[in-house]
Write a protein that binds this ligand. Structure first.
Ligand code: DAH
Length: 331
């Protein structure tokens, strides 16, 4: 056998291989159990001792050369494979894709912030129903059926399915929760009650037919309007910052006596009403079965949209309910 010829052919065959499996096959053809080189080794026995020596040496060399070339070619393939893969599939230098995260609605943010502040000053957060009875929304709050003050709250009444059924409505304010909570709990107590309210009225830039309120109630043996003023000042400074300016003027609500209105300056310098408040009317304590004049309390109802308008500089509350992401994503 012409070993030089074998070596040359092997080299050509290895160079022609296009991938790893072709290379494996070629290597097997020369170096495998029944391969050309291996067969040549087994035939050495037929030769004379001196021929065995020289042919054997040569054969060893050829075997080593071929094995070396196979190894080299294999290395080339692996390097190229990595390169071509990184070119076509993984480009580690490409900029990453931004993952879109959701975020809270500005009104949710305001409510949570108000809750945090009041919790710091000892108030608990409780909730009540949006579908309310006439009794809690009005009667228990010193607004009987023929009271002219009912006109303040244009009401969405729920149709009765039976003639004798009690009248239900969509709550027009969060105040019914004063009566609900006082009935089930013993003073001293401090609560806030956030929730959605509804009024059957025309909308404009400061009013919606759907809006959020946060009711506040503090009842103890001695509670005065001075306590209310301290709490509301503290709140406005924590919520709006140390320069927050508030104004408290007289107002009228059937469930408080005296009653006040609290306003704040917006960014344009105008006063905007943010809440109604006052000292809990004796008739409210009476309605929930408390002995007369044993307890005193202040209550307030703050408009969440109004807080958002001032804090974020919005000029129309209706924008908050239109689901326009361009607006909502700013906050
Ligand atoms: N519920 C009133 C409203 O919606 C606001 C209000 C006024 C709440 C005085 C109070 C209060 O708790 O004491 O117009």
């Amino acid at each position: 056998m012409d070993l030089d010829q074998v070596s040359k052919e092997a080299q050509q065959a290895i160079n022609k291989c296009r991938d790893l499996s072709e290379l494996e096959e070629t290597a097997r053809h020369y170096l495998g159990k029944k391969g050309v080189v291996t067969t040549a080794f087994s035939q050495l026995t037929k030769l004379s001792l001196s021929q065995k020596k020289s042919e054997g040496k040569k054969l060893n060399q050829v075997q080593a050369i071929i094995a070396d070339q196979v190894k080299q070619k294999e290395k080339d393939f692996k390097e190229n494979l990595f390169q071509s893969q990184s070119e076509s599939k993984i480009d580690i230098s490409r900029p990453g894709k931004k993952i879109k995260l959701g975020h809270l609605h500005p009104l949710t943010k305001v409510v949570r912030e108000v809750e945090d502040i009041f919790q710091l000053i000892g108030f608990s957060v409780v909730e009540g129903p949006e579908l309310e009875t006439e009794y809690y929304n009005f009667d228990a709050l010193n607004i009987p059926a023929d009271h002219p003050a009912r006109d303040i709250w244009d009401t969405f009444w729920i149709k009765k399915s039976k003639p004798k059924q009690k009248k239900n409505l969509l709550r027009t304010h969060t105040s019914p929760n004063q009566a609900r909570y006082l009935e089930k709990n013993q003073p001293p107590l401090r609560i806030i009650v956030p929730g959605m309210c509804y009024r059957h009225e025309a909308t404009d830039r400061t009013h919606g037919f759907q809006f959020m309120q946060i009711e506040g109630l503090m009842v103890d043996e001695q509670v005065s309007l001075a306590n209310f003023k301290a709490v509301v000042e503290r709140f406005s400074q924590m919520f709006f910052g140390p320069d927050a300016e508030i104004r408290i003027i007289p107002d009228y609500f059937p469930f408080t006596e005296p009653s006040v209105e609290v306003s704040m300056r917006n960014k344009a310098g105008e006063w905007l009403e943010i809440m109604g408040a006052g000292l809990v009317h004796p008739n409210v304590f009476k309605a929930v079965g408390y002995p007369p004049y044993q307890w005193q309390g202040f209550a307030f109802g703050v408009g969440v949209e109004r807080l958002a308008m001032i804090k974020y500089g919005l000029d129309d509350v209706r924008q908050l309910y239109q689901g326009d992401l361009r607006l909502i994503q700013q906050f």
